[in-house]
Write a protein that binds this ligand. Structure first.
Ligand code: SME
Length: 164
């Protein structure tokens, strides 16, 4: 597939989200390999959604969340299940939005530029197995557009990217 980014900067946030969802649907139709899908999905996210500094996956392994495909600066490879925003979203199996990470007691700062964060739990057969983590360098970056859009994206991708 070809990915035409020209003009993305002229779109508003909802239009960018709609574009992202379209690209992801096309990619899911074209490819079955989980790692290939996750790698491109993290890149699609960074290329379409404004004002992000990190987008990627963590998966439960050996009682920790272990880093998966992502875009952004190098990140913590392992997160314990009792600390941080990703772990909270995982434990509670609930989308978690933090408007100011400096006010979240045990936020884990992998990239010191991060100011707000949105984490989407991923499910296989109704059991949470990982998260999609999004970081922004601005406080209060994530609105209902991103919460609803990424909820939908989580549902679209979660069964297909499951590694077992
Ligand atoms: N901030 C996350 C850790 C992952 S990095 O942001 C990529 C957390 O508190 O769980």
């Amino acid at each position: 597939m070809s990915f035409e980014l020209r003009g993305i900067d002229k779109l508003n946030d909802q239009e960018r989200m709609d574009e992202l969802i379209n690209y992801i649907k096309i990619q899911l139709g074209d490819e079955d390999d989980s790692l290939a899908l996750m790698s491109n999905i993290s890149s699609f996210i960074m290329a379409t959604i404004a004002n992000l500094n990190w987008a990627g996956f963590y998966f439960l392994k050996e009682n920790e969340l272990v880093l998966g495909p992502f875009q952004g600066l190098p990140a913590c490879t392992r997160l314990s299940l009792d600390k941080g925003v990703c772990a909270k979203a995982f434990r509670e199996a609930k989308i978690t939005k933090v408007d100011d990470v400096h006010e979240f007691a045990d936020h884990i700062a992998c990239d010191s530029a991060s100011e707000s964060e949105l984490v989407i739990p991923l499910f296989y057969e109704d059991k949470v197995y990982g998260v999609l983590d999004l970081d922004s360098p601005s406080k209060n970056n994530f609105t209902d557009i991103e919460v609803n859009g990424f909820r939908k994206i989580g549902k679209l991708i979660e069964e297909k990217i499951y590694l077992g």
